[in-house]
Design a protein around this ligand. Structure first.
Ligand code: ZN
Length: 459
């Protein structure tokens, strides 16, 4: 089966140019002008941009937090992803204490297999480090897991500084990349107790429990440990100006420090926690939404290519029945928000259309850099002959409004309710098959597991 997409403007990380694309089977087979086909289909896409399929390297689908379970599983989450133009997601398989990494991986394979509508891979979150787990790192690599995740906060997930140091040393041997949740867990715990003792129990206490310095200190500590071990590192969901300053210090002394931020840190600020009727709970995620000056600082860093990727940290809980678990105590509100569906539209509308970043930069932070950093390039992350035909035909003229009433994400609200957006994924192709058209899923469950190679390290 052959397909020619005709008349679009192709977006790459360094230019936008007019060209037609030929797709043969699952791959891009030709890029050029005036392409024709005798036995295939021609789709006129003039007036549209063409991006490589977007990659979201930060989702939590089908995750049990101990008190509740995320609203989206792999079925609903990946459908939401593809309508928004995201053709690959990387989710976090998470080791439970006392269990092996292999066991965690087998559980995540079960969650995703046969029900994923976009291609997928896993990072492995290590929560229980010991010698046996150290030996498993090589097995993980054979299984296509080349990136890992550690937490400096959350009682049930966090590892110690000594463990971080040891894990980073092992990463040099296996060539793995460690993403870190950078917040000082002890400080967060202490401040939660303090706030509760003073009777501060509403969502407004959430940002007070984890101020900017809690992130900045953890970023500094993480890159200091990585300096000692000489290991490249990734900082996930960076949210503050102070955190960015600390990360840049690492780069200035020659370290490979990669940075991810998320749409919530680019579009929301901490005024959201003041909403009445417990509505502030809809914005309880960690790190929390910050000040307007942090928001501007992160956009500036994106425009200067200092931030490498934008993932969503999609971790959805219903307002009714789930966020409400913390009605009497903000620290019991499940942490996380939905976002996998709306990432590209938000970044296009509030980034590209507001001249904060270019189309080429959007291509980099949503696709190319992500593919390179996580061992998927050039199969994913670019439109090149031989690459998977994961393609987003982007209609720049579409105008709409984000609303929970017509989202695909299986959750009863969106933190972006009522926000106008311009542009949408008009047609989305996954390995040559059209899987979404004008915001509707037209082909589901065709996602494949992606074993990954080592990171290509961006700089
Ligand atoms: Zn996360």
């Amino acid at each position: 089966m052959e397909l020619v997409l005709k008349g679009g403007t192709i977006v790459s990380s360094n230019k936008c140019f007019q060209a037609d694309l030929r797709i043969t089977g699952e791959k891009i087979s030709e890029i050029g002008s005036d392409l024709d086909t005798t036995d295939g289909v021609i789709v006129d896409i003039s007036g549209n941009y063409v991006f490589p399929g977007f990659i979201d390297s930060h989702t939590h689908f089908d995750l049990d937090t101990g008190t509740t379970k995320t609203a989206d599983d792999f079925a609903s989450g990946t459908k939401a992803a593809i309508v928004g133009g995201t053709t690959t997601i990387l989710d976090f398989a998470t080791q439970n204490k006392g269990e092996t990494l292999s066991h965690a991986l087998s559980i995540w394979h079960k969650k995703a297999k046969g029900v994923s509508s976009c291609d997928y891979g896993f990072h492995m979150a290590i929560t229980d480090w010991n010698e046996a787990v150290a030996k498993e790192l090589a097995i993980m690599k054979e299984e296509g897991i080349t990136s890992f995740k550690l937490y400096m906060a959350y009682e049930n997930l966090r590892v110690t500084d000594a463990q971080i140091y040891q894990i980073l040393k092992h990463m040099n041997e296996v060539g793995g990349m460690v993403g870190m949740h950078c917040e000082n867990g002890d400080m967060v715990q202490e401040r939660i107790l303090e706030l509760k003792a003073k009777g501060n129990l509403t969502p407004a206490a959430h940002p007070l429990s984890r101020p900017s310095i809690v992130e900045a200190e953890a970023v500094n500590r993480y890159i200091s440990l990585a300096y000692l071990t000489n290991t490249p590192v990734n900082i996930v969901h960076l949210s503050t100006k102070e955190g960015l300053t600390e990360a840049m210090k690492g780069r200035e002394r020659g370290q490979k420090v990669y940075i991810e931020t998320c749409p919530q840190y680019l579009l929301l600020d901490d005024s959201c926690y003041e909403k009445a009727d417990f509505e502030g709970a809809k914005y309880v995620f960690s790190p929390p939404a910050r000040k307007p000056e942090d928001v501007e600082c992160l956009w500036k860093a994106l425009s200067e290519d200092k931030i490498n990727t934008i993932g969503t940290d999609h971790c959805s809980f219903h307002f009714k029945g789930q966020k409400e678990l913390g009605r009497q105590d903000f620290s019991k509100i499940p942490n996380g928000i939905p976002g996998v569906e709306h990432r590209a539209a938000l970044i296009y509308t509030y980034g590209v259309m507001k001249n904060r970043i270019t189309m080429e930069q959007m291509c980099k932070v949503l696709s190319e850099n992500v593919a390179k950093l996580f061992g998927l390039y050039p199969r994913k992350g670019c439109l090149q002959v031989g690459s998977d035909a994961d393609i987003v035909v982007w209609n720049p003229d579409y105008e709409g409004t984000i609303s929970a009433a017509h989202q695909i994400q299986n959750v009863d609200y969106t933190p972006y309710e009522g926000m106008p957006v311009k542009g949408r994924a008009e047609r989305v192709y996954l390995r040559g098959n059209e899987v979404s058209y004008q915001g509707r899923v037209i082909k589901e469950n065709t996602g494949m597991y992606l074993p990954r190679t080592e990171s290509l390290y961006l700089m």
